[in-house]
Design a protein around this ligand. Structure first.
Ligand SMILES: C[S@@+](CC[C@H](N)C(=O)[O-])C[C@H]1O[C@@H](n2cnc3c(N)ncnc32)[C@H](O)[C@@H]1O
Length: 372
């Protein structure tokens, strides 16, 4: 970690993302501008302008500044404003937005839109699903893209615990401590409703290990995986990939950012003889388009994944509701206040000590004697 960034969680997060990742650095400097196509009178121009504007709103990039959240070295998180050139971090999908509805960034959203357009255009059979939706932004874009194309016959499935990450199993970093990543179902439903995208959406609340086996006979045109961990990725691939139509897309958000996620994908592909090329979407996201019609067996619901014991659903974590994310400035002021309180307490103790000292007592006696 860069010493200068130790008090700045966003700088620290940026360091963590960029360190040793030349592809991420290149993505950051090459990321497209955060701007929307303006409207035109043609239906297609209006559709493009609407989706461009929607993507900016979902990323919270429509205003001049935005707030970003980063983890603190000792646990917890703090937020601060991103402005000017720092907004590129958000556009590149390299930070956690305090208010935005997706952390994926513009290139991944552009690509997701084009995948949805391609499956509708090519008549690829099936619904669309995101496993790991957080506030729902990427899924809202899938629904909006379908609606703009009049593809109301397809459902968008939104799978998440809606309670954040479970306690980590053997292979994974423990992300369960981040309350910020736990977004309740009602809040996510509200996000869809605010954008008028609540029709044709099915929510799948619960841990993947419990819910996704029930979707193993689904037919999918787009499967978007964004559960970060080895376990979540492997489980979603196991139960969703067999139902992916030929011509459908399998998208993995965290392939490059999280080694264990990429490993789950590589192992699944090699285990099942999947040879369609992995295509790079940006510094972290990869996807492939399924060509093979060869069936892949969905395991029975009790099957054991190769990592972790897999025999029991992962543990939910107790969440303290209603705790906001302090800003970096608030944390700094809290620290200053604590220091001032300490100094005040020390000064009060000194005054007390002087008041009760023998010299002070003798002086008081002298004063009383003189008065008398
Ligand atoms: C990085 S966030 C997803 C980001 C989101 N796709 C976006 O557009 O910003 C990861 C999500 O995966 C969910 N998740 C992780 N592991 C899970 C599991 N085993 N079962 C269900 N949800 C899980 C978390 O609750 C969290 O909402």
């Amino acid at each position: 970690m860069n010493e200068e960034n130790s008090g700045d969680p966003i700088g620290r997060l940026q360091e963590l993302v960029l360190q040793g990742r030349p592809a991420a650095r290149a993505s950051l400097s090459a990321v497209r501008d955060a701007r929307a196509a303006g409207p035109g009178p043609e239906t297609e121009a209006l559709r493009t302008a609407y989706l461009d504007l929607l993507k900016l709103c979902l990323c919270d990039l429509a205003a001049t500044t935005t707030m970003s959240v980063g983890p603190l070295p000792g646990g917890g998180a703090a937020s601060r404003v991103l402005s000017g050139d720092q907004l590129r971090l958000r556009a590149a999908g390299m930070d956690w937005p305090l208010q935005g509805l997706t952390m994926t960034g513009l290139p991944r959203l552009d690509d997701l839109q084009s995948c949805v357009e391609a499956v509708v255009r090519d008549g690829v059979e099936g619904d669309l699903i995101e496993a790991g939706a957080w506030r729902g932004g990427a899924s809202i874009l899938m629904r909006a893209t379908l609606d703009g194309l009049g593809a109301a016959d397809r459902t968008v499935w939104v799978a998440d615990s809606f309670a954040g990450f479970p306690k980590a199993q053997a292979e994974d970093k423990d992300l369960s401590g981040h309350d910020f990543l736990a977004v309740p179902l009602e809040e996510v439903k509200g996000n869809f409703a605010r954008f008028g995208c609540e029709q044709g959406v099915r929510f799948v609340p619960g841990f993947f290990e419990e819910t996704l086996p029930g979707l193993s006979d689904g037919r999918w045109a787009v499967v978007r995986l964004d559960g970060d961990t080895y376990e979540a990725t492997w489980t979603a691939l196991q139960f969703l990939y067999p139902g992916l139509s030929a011509g459908g897309y399998l998208i993995v958000d965290d392939y490059g950012a999280l080694e264990e996620c990429g490993r789950a994908v590589d192992e699944f592909r090699s285990h099942n003889g999947i040879t369609e090329p992995l295509e790079e979407v940006d510094w972290t996201c990869k996807r492939w388009r399924r060509e093979s019609r060869a069936p892949i067996e969905a395991p029975p619901p009790s099957a054991v994944p190769p990592a972790g014991d897999g025999s029991a659903p992962p543990n939910a974590v107790e969440r303290s509701q209603g705790r906001g994310i302090p800003t970096v400035r608030e944390l700094q002021l809290t620290r200053e206040l604590a220091e001032l309180r300490e100094r005040l307490a020390a000064a009060e103790a000194e005054v007390g000590r002087l008041r009760s000292s023998p010299v002070r007592a003798a002086a008081a006696r002298l004063r009383r004697a003189r008065k008398g």
